[in-house]
Design a protein around this ligand. Sequence first.
Ligand code: 26M
Length: 815
Amino acid sequence: RTAAVHFEPDDQVDRLKSEILRKLTYSLGKAPAAAQAHDWLTAGILATRDHAIDVWQASTKESYATGRKRVYYLSLEFLIGRSLADTLNNLGLTEPMTRAMRELGVDLPEIETIEPDAALGNGGLGRLAACYMEAMASTGVPALGYGIRYDHGLFKQGIENGRQIERPEDWLSFRNPWEFERREASYRIGFGGSVAASGPDQVVWTPEETVFAVAYDTPVVGWRGRDSTTLRLWRARAMHPLSLDAFNKGDLVGAVAERNRAEAISKVLYPNDSTPAGQELRLRQEFFFTSASLQDLVHRHHRQFGSLDNLAEKAAIQLNDTHPSLAVAELMRLLLDEHKFNWEKAWEITNATISYTNHTLLPEALETWPVALVERLLPRHMQIIFGINARFLDAVRRRSPDADLASLSLIDEHHGRRVRMANLAFVGSHTVNGVSALHSNLMKETVFAQLHRAFPERITNVTNGITPRRWLLNANPGLTRLLQEVCGEAVADDIGLVRQFGAHADDRAVQERLAAIRRDNKLRLAKVIQQDCGVVVDPEVLFDVQIKRVHEYKRQLLNILETIALYNAIRSEPYRDWAPRVKVFAGKAASNYTTAKSIINLINDVAAVVNNDITTRDRLKVVFLPNYNVSLAELIIPAADLSEQISTAGMEASGTGNMKFALNGAITIGTLDGANIEIGERVGADNIVIFGLTADEVEIAKRNPRPSAEVIRATPHLEGVLDAVAGGAYSPGERDRYAQLVEGLRLNDWFLVLRDFESYHQAQRRVDALWADRARWWQMSVANTAHCAWFSADRAIGEYAERIWHVPAGQAARA
Ligand code: 26M
């Protein structure tokens, strides 16, 4: 289906011009002469949105009319970033819109940069959800994404005296022109209260507190405007915005208390990445959006089909991690209490409808909630969870009397009684997937070993993917032009065609073009580095980049310690053939994660020393770019020569940044972890730099730890580096600033920073040698781009559609 009507180019530009002017005048009430940059941006978005709506309404109408099965993607996070440039590109309107704006005296690329990022997510998990919404729209999978419309997204990071400070984020301060408020689509969400039996397995729950969930819809347009998905985010509103009783008594604080308590639910995104916060408000968020989403989809299904018997044939509910695990209990509740199904039938429908994606195996990251808290907040759900658990454990006991029931149970009895959200999601789902081949195998061997024995068919793998529209076509227009010349214009439609680029790896002309494109991208980044870090960097040097959330397992500490060793080495042998480098870091630390914040501090302290040393001046620079977000990633990734993917093997479930870098032609230095392994398999062992212990070796090393002192003694240069850091060489104003950080490594090198140091150091020297042979480098770069099409989100969505959701994709995903 082609939604966009085709006009002659000039007509189209004229039409867009008048649309923009109409929006400016009648929607914003501004005369062109009085319009500020921001007004032009809003008018441009509103004009663009109209085109998106045409696609959107056609998609929605079609999927409704044909009664096709739909995907409901439940995620507490959608890390979208900016929308204008991508939406225009997918609609094929970039060029005419640029011209229309230019004729109105406005520079489109410039105003695009003032659109605030929608930062409704922490990192990989949230960005994955955003890539998948776009990929479903691009491949014709009918879908609704459900989440929370946080007033405040992920905090803004500032760096003051080398330390992270958090400032509140306020993306809605100029309103959100993309969204539609749907007051008519609002649901009651209950909390607390009591339950009374009303029949076998059926209960009446009388909540003590009720909050409204109001829907806000945003269209997500797919490639060439063929289709669109809907992002439906819930906002919490009070039933009674003002208590008249309290108001009349003069108690003004009391009069708005209920409202504040209700609206707190959608106030702010929890900034934790991979460690549950464990606060009651967080559990309220989880139930709030899960319940609203399920009520919405059940209601719509019932209206369309008159029964819920066939729910599983028409709806696939995907749980993005355990944050929406309560969906299992909530769907059961709706089927039992509101639609009067018996338990067996309700369970059959629930299990056939829901599936769950796991994103981490770190034990501290697995969500559990105290039974007492769930009981108080959601008494009916706690009953249902107990009911599920009893039947489940009974069935297992009957089948295999020797099974380890304690580890299968939905209730952890060891740490006070707690509900295990991963077990709940697992048992309630027909399919459970990991996000890379290694991760899915480790799921079977570690955290889910017992559940896997009980349900040997349930776990499967879908390796993550990224949308090539945002991460290649839009972020790297220079490379895209080259690819279109070499592989044909159709690469934009069929990313699989980049394979043909591989045949040109040795072509000198292609290599020179690549070098020029990279140089341009590095120049753009260098300007931002100068503005934000006050450091001048030379675009000719190797850009060595590690950008991601700051976490011990991601080992930014390994990188910066090796940087110190390199710095020392350059100082002692200034005339050796070191590859001149700039070390680029960016990433946020959770506000309560002391060690991660200390690592950020160290990177900045090292930068201050290195960047002011004239002996290493043209060889080494270190920069930490503040406030890493999606937009900054779009600037940095196309400018990277070297991609740092150096997590402790077995700990990074997949990684998706690794895929973005490789597709843009950066060389990966990395461990055999997550999707790095699959990147290596595709680009070939000669085109990736691998180091460090494998996941198996890590496991052995952990069971059998080697004392740090021994590792340090066996590793050249390491002792000196650690002593310098611990002794205050990089923090002269506060000599013991890093005493604890280093002490931690010496006591228990949990993430094997010391163990992998030498191997990493050697790998970096291999990088030096490769960089010295620039023809070889560009050969590798070509191979990376040419062989990474498989990491397209279209391929990943194709796998979900076929193997998990059983929905036919409209357009074949080609990758
Ligand atoms: C939990 C409780 C309270 C507040 C926040 C959380 C929470 C938020 C995000 C827990 C985990 C969160 O994300 C984990 C995550 O991002 N995992 C990453 O998922 C990516 C997509 O699959 C993978 O590529 C990464 O390897 C994995 O770390």
